[in-house]
Write a protein that binds this ligand. Structure first.
Ligand code: PAF
Length: 287
C-alpha cells in the first residue's frame, strides 16, 4: 500500500493509471476508521482496479464552534485497517496544501444543502462539496463511494456531480450499525458508557417509526411525534431535529408521506451530535 501526501504526486499517479486504462475507485474519509468506512472500501475493492482512500480532516466543513480540534485521529491505526482491507493508495494531503494561503474558491449546492443539517450547520455542505470536488481533481476517480448515514451529503455530492458535469459515478452504501443498532460513526468515540446507552434512543425511535409506517401510518405528525417521544425519554438526549424529507431533493415533507421518505434524526447525546438517516419504504439492509 502506497501513501501519497502531495497533490501533484497523486495527480501524476492517477494520470498514469488512467493511461493504462485502470478503473480508479475513491473512498473519501476523515480518518478514525470504523466498520462503516471499511464496508465502503470493500465495495471500492470490488468495483475498481485501483482503490484509493483519502484521509483528510477537512477544516472547511466545521464551523468555529464545532469539534475540528478534538475530532478523533489515529493515522497508524487507520493505515493498518486500510492495508488489511486491500487499499492500494492512501491519499493523505496536508491542510495547507489543500487550502493554501489566499484560498477563496468554494462549491455551493443550493437547494439540497439548505434543509436538515444545512439549517443548523449553514456552511457545512459548502465545505463538503468543495473538498470532495478537490479530492476528485486530485485522485481523478471513475467512481467514488460514500455512506448513506450522511444521506444528505450523498445527495449534495450527486447534485454537484450532475450540475458540474463531473465524470464520476457516485455510489451510496447502506448504513452500517453496531450489533445493538447504533449507526457507526467516528463521533461515537466521544460517548461515555451512559451516553452510549442513551444514544440507542435514536435507533429505538427508528424501529418504532418504521413499524408504524409498515402498518400503514402515513401522517407525518404522528410519525415524528412518536420518534420525538421515544428520544425524549432519555435525559441525556437533546433533539436538534426529527423530520421526514423527500429522499431525492431533501425538501421537508408536510401532511402525509407516500411510498418513500427519508427519516432524518439529529440529536445531541451529552455534547455529542449524532445523526441517523434511514429511508422509510426501503429494505432495512439499505438503510
Ligand atoms: O463523510 C465524511 O467523512 C466527509 O464529509 C468527507 C466526505 C470525507 C469530506 O470531508
Amino acid at each position: 500500500m502506497e501513501i501519497i501526501e502531495r497533490i501533484k504526486d497523486m495527480q501524476a499517479y492517477s494520470q498514469d493509471l488512467r493511461v493504462e486504462g485502470k478503473v480508479i475507485a475513491l473512498v473519501p474519509t476523515m480518518g478514525y476508521l470504523h466498520e462503516g468506512h471499511l464496508s465502503l472500501m470493500r465495495e471500492g475493492r470490488k468495483r475498481g482496479d485501483v482503490l484509493v482512500a483519502s484521509v483528510f480532516i477537512n477544516p472547511t466543513q466545521f464551523s468555529p464552534n464545532e469539534d475540528l480540534d478534538k475530532y478523533p485521529r489515529n493515522f497508524e491505526r487507520d493505515r493498518d485497517m486500510m492495508e488489511e482491507v486491500g487499499v492500494d493508495v492512501v491519499f493523505h494531503p496536508r491542510a495547507n496544501d489543500v487550502y493554501p494561503e489566499g484560498y477563496q474558491t468554494f462549491v455551493t449546492v443550493d437547494d439540497v444543502s439548505k434543509n436538515l443539517c444545512g439549517l443548523t450547520r449553514p456552511t457545512h455542505f459548502r465545505g463538503v462539496a468543495t473538498v470532495v470536488a478537490k479530492l476528485f481533481n486530485c485522485v481523478l476517480p471513475h467512481i467514488a463511494i460514500f455512506g448513506r448515514k450522511d444521506y444528505q451529503q450523498v445527495k449534495v455530492i450527486e447534485r454537484m456531480v450532475r450540475d458540474l458535469n463531473m465524470d464520476v459515478g457516485i455510489i451510496g452504501m447502506p448504513i452500517v450499525r453496531e450489533p445493538d443498532g447504533l449507526a457507526m460513526s467516528s463521533r461515537n468515540e466521544y460517548l461515555n458508557p451512559k451516553e452510549r446507552k442513551a444514544a440507542l434512543s435514536l435507533y429505538k425511535a427508528i424501529l418504532i417509526v418504521r413499524e408504524l409506517f409498515e402498518n400503514g401510518e402515513r401522517r407525518i405528525g404522528a410519525l415524528t411525534d412518536r420518534a420525538i417521544g421515544v428520544i425524549m425519554t432519555e435525559d441525556l438526549a437533546r433533539i436538534e431535529y426529527v423530520k421526514l424529507a423527500h429522499p431525492e431533493n431533501i425538501d421537508e415533507l408536510v401532511g402525509v408521506v407516500w411510498d418513500r421518505a427519508l427519516l432524518a434524526l439529529a440529536d445531541y447525546i451529552g455534547e455529542t451530535r449524532l445523526i441517523d438517516t434511514p429511508v422509510l419504504g426501503e429494505e432495512f439492509e439499505n438503510c
